[in-house]
Structure formats: structure tokens, C-alpha cells
Ligand binder design. Structure first.
Ligand SMILES: C[S@@+](CC[C@H](N)C(=O)[O-])C[C@H]1O[C@@H](n2cnc3c(N)ncnc32)[C@H](O)[C@@H]1O
Length: 345
């Protein structure tokens, strides 16, 4: 018995109410309960477990469902290690709501798969403050829906063709999920994840080791838009004129503040004119029409062409990985600089 879909949902710490639990009779089977314990609660597992409050909520729900399924108290049993784990979790002092919001936790994201029941799933571990919107002056300490949408697209055969064999840069990488996924599974030449905050970069550095990424394939680097990009030890990659070169760049959920839009669009343009990229992919959660309109106008002013990529996230109930809400539309756009093509560059 194995439970790969439930495991993927649980390690991404989805709301316990949406987890795909087996039905009562299947749950009662000793093999199911043993698998649940081994996959989700065994502390000797090499994968970092979700926070104690999250595990408690899920285990309480499972035990309630098991109790409801018992029809013959003589025969049906709840697996002891599950009950013991619940006892231990309940007696562990609970952090305050504020501590919980700021607490860093490891989250394991699983890529979508044609065979969600397969054991061989592609996973990436990040470090996040799950419930905080802004921590240390950045919104990057949690992975946003647009990043999961973009990662879903890039995990498809069409999406991965943007990355394979390329030198790739990410702007405003936040937790670094998308960059680390590309570096680990899509065979780029190199991926450089950038963001403005040192704490984010320290977490990304720690996670890149956890995810087994090689330094030659993946780098994290502080880059505040408008400044010059500087990468330690990258001299050998510099192209003529002493600038670093890339083939493609991307960013997720960067269009949320009209005040930031001019700097963002100027930075995208600089990536074409100075760093050599051929395309920029941006995934945007369309929360506010005006903000997105400001972005489109700014691109037009800079002669950047913006085209929507015809890709939609699967419906939530059909998702097999990189689970995310589709309540607010999220689209991915390909930005190009047609004058570069006209110049034959
Ligand atoms: C909403 S978060 C998105 C993070 C990540 N891309 C995701 O979708 O999960 C926006 C990110 O842009 C970064 N950012 C905002 N302004 C920036 C700037 N001027 N220079 C560099 N990064 C910036 C923030 O630090 C934050 O990580």
C-alpha cells in the first residue's frame, strides 16, 4: 500500500480538509495505517516533516475518520504508533499564533505527474514562513500561487524547452522553488536565483544543499533591481564587455505594486539589452486589473512585446502536484524585444 498523492499534498502542507484521504474501510486496513505512519509521521524519515501543529491537525482528522469507520470493535484496530504519535504531539507545548506565523518550516513541493500514484515523484524542499505575508521587508518568505503555476508550466514538456540547455536567471525568486526545480530536473546549463533580501538567499543556499544541487548548476545571488548584477566567482562566464550573459529569465508574482512596475520593467529591458536574454517569462496573479494594465503600458513604452502563453493550471481537484488555488486567474506571459530580432541579435 502506498499513498503518493496524499503524501504530496501533506508535505506541501495543504489545508487538512482538502487532503485526499482513503475511504473509511481502506483506512482501517493495517497496511494502510502502517503506510500512513511510515509516509507521514515517522520522525526517522529523511524528508523534513511538516510543523507539529500541522501534523496534529492531520492526525486528529485521520484518527476521527478511523474511529468512525470501526464497525467491529473486536476486530478493527487503530495502529498503535499512530495513537502514540498523537499523544506525543498533543503533549508538545504549542507555539503562539505569532510564533507559528513567523516560524520557518521546510515545505516539500512535488511536481505534477501523469502517474500521480508513482513512487518516483520530482520534489523540491524550500524553507518558508507559511502564514506571513511580509517578513523582513519582503513578501518572498512563502511560495506564491503564481510560482506554482509557473513551475507547473515549466514541468510540462513544452515548458521545459524554455530551460533545457539554457543559462537561466530568476528575478524576485522568493523561496527559490521554481529556480531549484529547473536546476534539479530540467537540465539547464546554469540557473541563478536572485532576490533583494539576504535572509532569503541564506535560506535558498541551505535548501540548495538539501536538494542536492551542484554549485555549477545553481546559484543564489542578491540582486536589487536597478543595481548591477554581480555574481561571485563567475568571471569565466562573462561575455564581451565584462557582463554576465543569460538566455532566458523569468519571474513569478512580481506585478503587485504599481510603484514597483517601472523599475521591474526597466530591469526586464536591461536583461535583454545588457545581459543577452532572448525571452522573459512572467507569471502573474491577476488580482487587480489596473496594476496589470500599468505593467502592460510600461512594457509597450519600452517596446517590449507581451504575449500570453496558452497554458492554464489544471482545476484544483485535478492537480497532482504543485497544488495551488485557481480562484484568481493566473497567466504566464512571454516577453520579447522584437527590435533585437530585427537587428539580427
Ligand atoms: C510576491 S513575492 C514573489 C516571490 C516568488 N517569485 C513567488 O512567486 O513565490 C515578490 C518577490 O519580489 C522581490 N522583490 C520585490 N522588489 C524587488 C526589487 N526591487 N529587487 C529585487 N527583488 C524584489 C521580493 O523580495 C519578493 O521575493
Amino acid at each position: 500500500m502506498s499513498l503518493p498523492l496524499l503524501t504530496a499534498q501533506y508535505f506541501q502542507q495543504l489545508d487538512p480538509r482538502v487532503l485526499t484521504l482513503p475511504d473509511g474501510p481502506t483506512l482501517l486496513l493495517p497496511t494502510t495505517q502502517q503506510a500512513l505512519y511510515a509516509d507521514l509521521f515517522d520522525e526517522s524519515s529523511p524528508r523534513p516533516l511538516p510543523t507539529a501543529p500541522y501534523r496534529t491537525r492531520v492526525l486528529k482528522m485521520i484518527i476521527a475518520k478511523l474511529e468512525a469507520a470501526i464497525s467491529d470493535p473486536e476486530e478493527d484496530e487503530i495502529y498503535d504508533p499512530l495513537l502514540e504519535t498523537l499523544g506525543t504531539l498533543i503533549s508538545t507545548p504549542k507555539p503562539s499564533a505569532t510564533q507559528q506565523a513567523q516560524q520557518l518550516t521546510h515545505v516539500t513541493f512535488t511536481a505534477p505527474s501523469q502517474c500521480p500514484e508513482s513512487q518516483e515523484r520530482r520534489t523540491i524542499i524550500t524553507s518558508e514562513s507559511r502564514n506571513a505575508i511580509v517578513t523582513a521587508g519582503t513578501t518572498g518568505h512563502r511560495t506564491w500561487e503564481a510560482a506554482l503555476h509557473l513551475a507547473t508550466y515549466l514541468s510540462s514538456p513544452q515548458g521545459s524547452s524554455h530551460i533545457t540547455g539554457k543559462r537561466v536567471l530568476e528575478l524576485g525568486a522568493g523561496t527559490g522553488l521554481v529556480s531549484m526545480f529547473c536546476a534539479k530536473y530540467l537540465n539547464p546549463e546554469i540557473v541563478v536565483a536572485t532576490d533583494l533580501e539576504r535572509g532569503l538567499m541564506e535560506q535558498i543556499a541551505g535548501c540548495s544543499v538539501r536538494n542536492g544541487l551542484e554549485k555549477e548548476r545553481f546559484r543564489g545571488c542578491i540582486w536589487e533591481w536597478g543595481q548591477e548584477l554581480q555574481l561571485d566567482g563567475e568571471e569565466e562566464r562573462q561575455e564581451d564587455g565584462g557582463k554576465l550573459g543569460f538566455d532566458v529569465a523569468f519571474g513569478a508574482d512580481l506585478i503587485y505594486d504599481t510603484d514597483l512596475v517601472p523599475l521591474l520593467v526597466q530591469t526586464v529591458k536591461t536583461l535583454f539589452t545588457t545581459y543577452g536574454i532572448q525571452e522573459f517569462l512572467i507569471s502573474a496573479t491577476l488580482r487587480n486589473e489596473d496594476t496589470f494594465g500599468t505593467f502592460l503600458s510600461a512594457c509597450e513604452e519600452k517596446h517590449l512585446a507581451v504575449n500570453r502563453i496558452p497554458f492554464d493550471s489544471p482545476k484544483e481537484e485535478d492537480q497532482t502536484g504543485f497544488f495551488h488555488s485557481t480562484m484568481i486567474p493566473i497567466h504566464t506571459y512571454r516577453i520579447s524585444l522584437p527590435s533585437l530580432l530585427a537587428d539580427g541579435k
